[in-house]
Write a protein of this length. Structure first.
Length: 112
């Protein structure tokens, strides 16, 4: 699953730049996948979003990620508690692929 995602990223992501750069993305994803299967070996015991791939806008605080909100302000400007929504999604078995690019403060759309 993660190998296919990595191949797709290599092929598509350079053109669309939807996700913020992350050097260890696929190592992190493989570890998360392994953890999910260790915790839930039986299909009938798996949470509802088991192995669902998820991207979140860079306006949400997520443990292990820096939040910039599409801004050039210092990252400590946006420090805070992790987003309860993202935590709940992960508890339900989702795999966070990464943070997605957002317009500054998610206020206006980038482009011409």
């Amino acid at each position: 699953m993660i190998d296919e995602l990595e191949r797709s990223f290599a092929r598509i992501e350079p053109d669309i730049e939807a996700f913020l750069p992350e050097e260890t993305r696929f190592d992190r994803l493989r570890a998360r996948l392994e953890t999910l299967f260790e915790r839930h070996p039986k299909a009938e015991d798996r949470p509802p979003l088991f192995c669902t791939l998820l991207g979140v806008k860079d306006i949400f605080n997520v443990e292990g990620f820096t939040t910039r909100a599409g801004s050039s302000l210092p990252p400590e400007t946006f420090e805070g508690a992790p987003s309860p929504v993202v935590e709940r999604l992960q508890e339900a078995g989702a795999i966070l692929v990464g943070k997605t690019v957002t317009a500054e403060f998610a206020f206006i759309a980038p482009g011409p």
